[in-house]
Design a protein around this ligand. Structure first.
Ligand SMILES: Cc1ncc(C[n+]2csc(CCOP(=O)(O)OP(=O)(O)O)c2C)c(N)n1
Length: 559
């Protein structure tokens, strides 16, 4: 998919372009955990792994992906960890230390945010992590730029000695555009770890030394950002109004201005953190009014307001704080155009209200199509059995995956984040008399579900954990996990039966059931609920969408 010599032009998805950027940037090690809108980056690199030299793994969660990539970097190799925005939360502890340690081989954190929550539980803005962790970040506007930034980020990381994040958003990740290929360097995957305890062993004495070094590196990063090839000014105004805009918002502003009869200079920022302060300062000083247009949190706006205040610059700054630009959800050209017409006090280039009414009328004609279980899905059978046994008398903790659709069956009362369901079951059991039952998928169990189960067993929580083991990570597109029997590059691995993990942890009741055998699954759930302590039921049957080979292989390994 992303093979091709220098000079090739292909129509690529933003995520495929990022994958190409990784190989052009000389990535020797790639570790990913899937999650929309980032998934196709890992899937592309996994599908093309034979064509290139890099090491590729699907890790069991984002934290282990980050740690694999850190290990490669500290062994002198260029590396990339790939995840969706909420995955960064899972990495946060190690990520914080990574910035303080710094890197050896160039380290790129590839993260995709999901404004509007098209397929996520929240729309957190990962740019917050850039300034929290103190990690330079690049934010692309198009597939071509996503490729360029990713390739560039490896060298930037090495020059600064810091991890560099490339943060895209759904509209860049999932739009297609022409992408010009550059050269792919040869890579070596043989590392040479060097012992540097002062840098790599984070005891307080070392941590204290590392903090000022990090602050120095960030000062150097600010300087370096002054020459970033992804930041430029579109000069079209008369010096009165300037607009500062990072990432995908630049596209919306550019298009809106083309529709409207107004003059404004445009500072397109390639980085939200750290700001190229001299460049931004010069822009502020040369305009009377400056508007910041960005999606989600006012990260750039806050930095710009602080800069103006620090330097006593007399400029009127607008953005989210004065409600010119809306705070929540994705921006669109329409939303930006509406904001700009109000800001400039000019007539609208089209009738917003009529357009919204027409859209609402068209939407009203559509039949709602909420997500459904696929016909024949084993998860649906498991939920039917759970409801047949417990009805509405239980409290149901749940998790994230195809089985979240249990909500439509009335079998989900609390669900926050991957792996949280087992933790809630452990906690709810301590404070409620009703039966407590948790549902969790196999990938989610390995990801972060195990600690909640161990906590339940250790604290003798009277609860039942039903693991819906379809032997794949179905929701994100059938990526393998430790239940599957092979890894990201389709090498066979020994599956890790969930029941063995539960037994090893001392669960008093552990049974494996076939979800299609409704009598026996109901009986087993009844017994599990009746057993004092933490019971585990593994409802195992392969995802119906997975291929036939997978089903055959499953029979061989079924326990
Ligand atoms: C921290 C985090 N990482 C990734 C995701 C994306 N994601 C949602 S569900 C899921 C895994 C689903 O697999 P599994 O638990 O096996 O259930 P299935 O969909 O196969 O039923 C993933 C990776 C997420 N929501 N949160």
């Amino acid at each position: 998919m992303i093979e091709g010599t220098q000079g090739t032009r292909k129509l690529l998805l933003g995520n495929e372009a990022i994958a190409r950027g990784a190989v052009e940037g000389g990535a020797a090690a790639i570790a990913a955990y899937p999650g929309t809108p980032s998934t196709e980056i890992g899937d592309t690199l996994r599908a093309d792994a034979d064509a290139f030299e890099y090491y590729m793994e699907y890790s069991i969660n984002e934290k282990t992906a980050l740690e694999t990539a850190i290990s490669a970097s500290q062994s002198g190799l260029r590396s990339m960890a790939i995840m969706k925005h909420v995955g960064i939360n899972v990495t946060a502890d190690s990520l914080m230390s990574l910035a303080r340690s710094g890197v050896r081989g160039g380290f790129v954190l590839s993260v995709a945010d999901d404004p509007n929550m098209w397929s996520s539980q929240n729309e957190q803005d990962s740019r917050q992590y850039a300034r929290f962790v103190r990690m330079p970040m690049l934010t692309p506007t198009s597939p071509q730029e996503a490729k360029e930034m990713t390739a560039y980020a490896f060298g930037l990381s090495e020059d600064l000695g810091l991890p560099v994040a490339v943060r895209s958003t759904t509209r860049v990740a999932h739009s297609r555009g022409p992408v010009d290929f550059g050269e792919v360097p040869e890579v070596n995957t043989e590392g040479d770890f060097e012992k540097e305890p002062e840098r790599l062993v984070h005891i307080p004495a070392h941590g204290r030394q590392l903090k000022p070094k990090l602050l120095e590196k960030i000062e150097a990063a600010k300087e370096r950002m002054e020459d970033l090839p992804f930041t430029w000014i579109d000069e079209a105004g008369d010096g009165e109004v300037g607009i500062i805009t990072p990432g995908v918002s630049y596209n919306y502003v550019r298009e809106s201005l083309d529709w409207m009869d107004v003059d404004a200079d445009l500072l397109k920022l390639g980085t939200p953190y750290p700001l190229p302060e001299a460049q931004v300062r010069a822009f502020l000083e040369s305009h009377e009014k400056v508007l910041i247009v960005e999606e989600l949190d006012p990260i750039v706006e806050e930095a710009v307001r602080i800069l103006a205040q620090r330097h006593g610059i007399d400029v009127e700054i607008s953005g989210k704080y004065d409600e010119v630009i809306p705070m929540p959800y994705e921006l669109t050209t329409e939303r930006v155009t509406k904001a700009l017409t109000e800001y400039f006090g000019v007539g609208a280039p089209f009738d917003f209200e009529a357009q919204e009414e027409a859209q609402a009328a068209a939407d009203g004609d559509l039949i709602g199509r909420p997500p459904q279980f696929c016909p024949g899905c084993p998860h649906e059978k498991t939920f039917d059995a759970i409801k047949a046994v417990l009805g509405d008398d239980a409290i149901y903790a749940g998790d994230i995956g195809c089985y979240t659709l249990g909500v439509n069956k009335g079998a989900l009362d609390i669900q926050f984040a991957m792996g949280a369901g087992t933790g809630f079951a452990a906690g709810l059991a301590q404070f409620n008399d009703e039966p407590i039952l948790a549902t969790i998928g196999d990938s989610t169990f390995y990801h972060t579900g195990i600690p909640g189960l161990l906590n339940a067993i250790y604290n003798d929580a009277d609860t039942t954990v039903v693991v819906l083991d379809n032997r794949t990570t179905a929701m994100t597109g059938q990526q393998p996990n430790p239940s599957t029997g092979w890894n990201a590059v389709e090498e066979e691995t020994e599956p890790m039966p969930i029941e063995d993990i539960a037994r090893a942890a001392g669960a008093p009741f552990v049974e494996v059931v076939n979800p299609y055998q409704s009598d026996s699954i109901e009986e087993t759930i009844e017994e599990a609920v009746a057993t004092q302590g933490t019971s585990v039921v593994v409802a195992r049957a392969p995802c119906v969408l997975f291929n036939q080979d997978y089903g055959q292989q499953l029979e061989e390994i079924e326990t």
